[in-house]
Design a protein around this ligand. Structure first.
Ligand SMILES: Nc1ncnc2c1ncn2[C@@H]1O[C@H](COP(=O)(O)OP(=O)(O)OP(=O)(O)O)[C@@H](O)[C@H]1O
Length: 255
């Protein structure tokens, strides 16, 4: 299932936040949204997930969700959003509960996503007993468990230290390489965008408009930290964003 954003506009009261956003999100690709603070990235993600409706335009689902999909759109948040009183397994089961699957099928899904996110040995741990990186792997496992058509990821690595972030990027690449998933991935971090994005959408400062869409053709599994081609792509993105990021920063100072 592809997603198509068709002429999205949005205002909160008299503040215009997004303007004329049209974009295709093809199945099996990770599409990163980058742009200066306050340009409307998270707002756009909420529209894609149906949590809010834009003032104008539409988010269209094109085609059918993949076989076995329980929930077409699912979120992964920066702060993990785990239930602290439930184990790793219990947090994943919680996402499956509304679907009332036969017990054996639910167990099979949980076993599979725990293995894919390297959490099998921690199934019975509580969130407070595991590291930040593992917590985010639980959140990713929980999202994968409902076999979504599209994962909506809002700064999923921002709360983690830089080494953990590197490791999780490797994990996401491995997960995608074994079973390509579709994601809309909001990030401030351009090196994350060039490591993970097939398509990087650069938004202007508020009201966010699409300035440019940068395609990165190097297969995800061949992208390495320090790769000159990726560094060049990152520099190009920064070139597109620098003046607007500085202006957005200055604007925040005057709020
Ligand atoms: N519910 C809301 N009501 C009013 N204004 C809002 C609401 N949500 C967001 N905004 C405003 O809309 C603009 C875009 O916010 P949004 O969080 O989408 O930007 P962002 O690009 O994700 O920002 P950041 O990069 O800083 O996380 C901001 O000016 C924000 O203050």
């Amino acid at each position: 299932m592809d997603l198509r954003l068709d002429g999205i506009h949005h205002s909160y009261g008299s503040t215009e936040v997004l303007s004329g956003i049209s974009l295709d999100i093809p199945a099996g690709q990770i599409v990163c949204l980058v742009g200066p603070s306050g340009c409307g990235k998270s707002t756009l993600l909420r529209f894609v997930g149906g949590l809010e409706q834009p003032t104008g335009g539409a988010v269209l689902q094109v085609g059918t969700p993949p076989a076995g999909c329980l929930n077409p759109l699912t979120y992964v948040f920066q702060d993990f959003a785990l239930l602290p009183w439930r184990s790793v397994r219990g947090n994943i089961a919680f996402a499956l509960a509304p679907h009332r699957l036969p017990r054996a099928e639910e167990e099979a899904i949980i076993t599979d996503v725990l293995a894919r996110t390297k959490l099998s040995d921690f199934a019975d741990a509580l969130p407070k007993q595991i590291s930040g990186g593992m917590k985010q792997r639980v959140a990713i496992a929980r999202a994968l468990a409902v076999r979504p058509a599209v994962m909506l990821m809002d700064e999923p690595l921002s709360a983690l230290d830089s080494q953990t972030r590197e490791l999780l990027m490797d994990d996401l690449v491995t997960l995608w390489t074994r079973a390509p998933f579709t994601a809309v991935y909001v990030t401030h971090n351009l090196s994350e965008a060039v490591r993970l994005g097939h398509k990087i959408v650069v938004l202007s400062r508020r009201p966010g408009k699409i300035r440019e869409v940068v395609d990165i053709d190097t297969p995800l599994s061949e992208r390495r930290h320090g790769d000159p081609a990726l560094e060049a792509a990152e520099a190009r993105l920064w070139g597109l964003m620098r003046d607007e990021a500085a202006a957005a920063d200055a604007e925040l100072l005057h709020v």
